[in-house]
Structure formats: C-alpha cells, structure tokens
Design a binder for this molecule. Structure first.
Ligand SMILES: [Zn+2]
Length: 60
C-alpha cells in the first residue's frame, strides 16, 4: 500500500517523497511526510498555546 501525505500530497516511493502523479492513486493510505509531520506538530503546539491563553482569559 502506498502512503500519501495528506498535506502536500506527496507519495512515498522507495523512501523518497515525490509529488503524486495524476492517475497514480491506487491503494494508498494517508499520512504525513517527515516535513509535514514536523510542521503539523509545530502548528498543534501553537494552537494548544492559543487555547490555553483563551481559557486563562476566560477565567479572569
Ligand atoms: Zn507532506
């Protein structure tokens, strides 16, 4: 089964992440390529921080 990054739509082929070619979809599962995984982690951290700040403001 092929793995496709759900952010940049790249496809893992022999350990390399390459853009998906049209008509290349067969049997694939969504995931994150290493770069998007790091970016997503960073975004989650920022989002979590904002949520905490909002919660703190509400309590005041
Ligand atoms: Zn990606």
């Amino acid at each position: 089964m092929e793995k496709v990054c759900c952010r940049c739509m790249k496809n893992e082929k022999e350990g390399k992440w390459v853009p998906v070619e049209e008509g290349d979809y067969k049997d694939f599962s969504y995931g994150f390529c290493p770069q998007c995984y790091q970016e997503t982690l960073a975004e989650i951290k920022i989002a979590t921080k904002h949520r905490y700040r909002k919660a703190a403001e509400l309590r005041v």
